[in-house]
Design a protein around this ligand. Structure first.
Ligand code: FRU
Length: 472
């Protein structure tokens, strides 16, 4: 189905209860609805937004187009959790209805000020001739709704295009900083920095100079934070060409580790690393609580059709991951709270060959002696998702070629990472797999749309131990 502008830019305010009910029924009839991931009630979810710990709970918002699986008028949906694992639905928090956000309340971040949860997000406006105008808006969460407070940054500074969005705010030495994803007028991507002492007046400090002068045409969703004594800049560059095993998705998400100097606006750093080597990961955002830095990404990518589209919904958020820097390397581990979801053990075996029927959703821990293996997940007949390790090449491959209903095949059906593998930690939900390698050294996230029949796990190769728990 192709959507007209009028259909895409409809607000939730213009939708009757009956129409919403019809959309909910269509979504509920879908196979592949998740068990323990954040997913939209109807329509399309994209970036995580406003991820903040506030009043004893984690607050997560996400980009939401309620009316179908397309990138239409973006609202913010809201969920909360005491533990990052069980989430309570709080409903829509932000319906775009001002001039600034007339064409979408785009991505932004959260922070606590004076005991209230604030957000800063991008107002996406289009003029009658469809010219884009971006501004950065501050809002406050009151009674479950984000109330508009002020337009903090009304215009784009000289030297940049209207692709200027996704502010991430942090407080340092009593001063607020916001990093914004930008495109220079020569159509290359970068990030810029603002400062404010009162959230009303924002001073444009300039562009953060990195060693990546020419690295794609737009940097979306920047995030800056301190981690184990260093700075990390996370961002999602668009327009990077595949290079060896890297950058095969339509857009990338990665990080730089180094030192940010907010006075000289320089960021000295090591090489750009991809955050995830799977097929479906984009636009992550982090928050910090109790000394833990937690990252959540969008388990999807723009401009790709997914099999759930025909049921009127699309995408989910990834599981939360804890970030650390150890011996100079970024580690990503699933939050420890995940183990509270464990139910019965459906497998507890060791050897060179294991075959077992699996529940629809589960967690699997596997340790090997470091030699070759092949792990088939979601196997029914000829169908399976294959995770294959070639020890002599030192390469781990995720093969989605025969894993269920095909999609996005123009971007390839395998992903490979050079890594010496001794353990996997895998989370399977009804239509996703998240595979952590070697206790957080690498992660691969992917969607998969398997048949509804009972599935098997088949392992063959290196001497290994496998333990698996059913999830609801
Ligand atoms: C990233 C992104 C952001 C933008 C939002 C709009 O996926 O394009 O740059 O704010 O999605 O939904």
């Amino acid at each position: 189905m192709s959507w007209t502008k009028a259909e895409r830019y409809r607000s939730l305010r213009d939708v009757s209860a009956l129409e919403m009910e019809t959309l909910r029924t269509k979504t509920a009839a879908s196979p592949w609805r998740f068990g323990y991931h954040i997913q939209p009630p109807t329509g399309l979810l994209n970036d995580p937004n406003g991820f903040t710990y506030y009043n004893g709970e984690y607050h997560m918002f996400y980009q939401w187009f309620p009316l179908g699986p397309v990138h239409g008028l973006k609202h913010w949906y809201h969920v909360t959790s005491p533990d990052l694992v069980t989430w309570t639905d709080r409903g829509v928090a932000l319906v775009p209805e001002t001039t600034e956000d007339s064409h979408g309340a785009y991505s932004g971040s959260g922070f606590v000020k004076d005991g209230e949860l604030h957000v800063m997000y991008t107002g996406n406006h289009r003029t009658d001739d469809w010219t884009r105008h971006a501004s950065q808006v501050i809002g406050v969460l009151r009674d479950g709704k984000i109330e508009r407070r002020n337009v903090a940054i009304p215009d784009v500074p000289a030297g940049y295009t209207e692709h200027f969005r996704d502010p991430k705010v942090w407080l340092e030495d009593g001063v607020y900083y916001a990093v914004v994803g930008a495109q220079r007028t020569d159509e290359t991507g970068c990030v810029v920095l603002y400062r404010s002492s009162d959230l009303d007046e924002w001073t444009f400090l300039g562009e953060i100079e990195t060693g990546l002068e020419q690295f794609g045409y737009m940097w979306e969703c920047p995030d800056v934070f301190e981690l184990n004594g260093q700075h990390v800049l996370v961002f999602s560059p668009q327009g990077i060409e595949p290079d060896g095993h890297q950058y095969h998705n339509i857009y990338q998400s990665g990080f730089l580790i180094g030192k940010l100097d907010v006075e000289t606006l320089t960021f000295t750093h090591g090489v750009f690393g991809e955050l995830d080597f799977g097929f479906d990961f984009y636009a992550p955002q982090t928050t910090e609580q109790g000394g833990r830095r937690v990252l959540v990404g969008w388990m999807g990518l723009p401009e790709i059709e997914y099999p759930t589209d025909r049921f009127g919904w699309a995408h989910a958020l990834t599981l939360p991951r804890v970030l650390t820097i150890e011996d100079g390397s970024l580690k990503q581990r699933p939050v420890a709270e995940m183990t509270t979801l464990r139910q019965d053990k459906f497998v507890n075996a060791s050897g060179k060959s294991v075959s077992v029927a699996t529940p629809e959703r589960y967690e699997l821990e596997m340790k090997t002696d470091g030699s070759d293996f092949s792990l088939d997940l979601l196997q029914v007949g000829d169908e399976s998702l294959v995770i294959r390790y070639d020890a002599s090449a030192g390469e781990l491959t995720i093969d989605r070629t025969n894993a269920g209903e095909p999609f996005a095949t123009e971007y390839g059906t395998t992903r490979t990472k050079a890594i010496h593998v001794t353990s996997l930690h895998v989370f399977v939900d009804s239509s996703s797999v998240e595979c952590f390698v070697n206790d957080g050294e690498a992660v691969a996230t992917l969607r998969v749309f398997p048949s509804e029949l009972e599935k098997q796990l088949r392992y063959e190769g290196a001497t290994a131990s496998l333990t698996g728990w059913t999830y609801q």
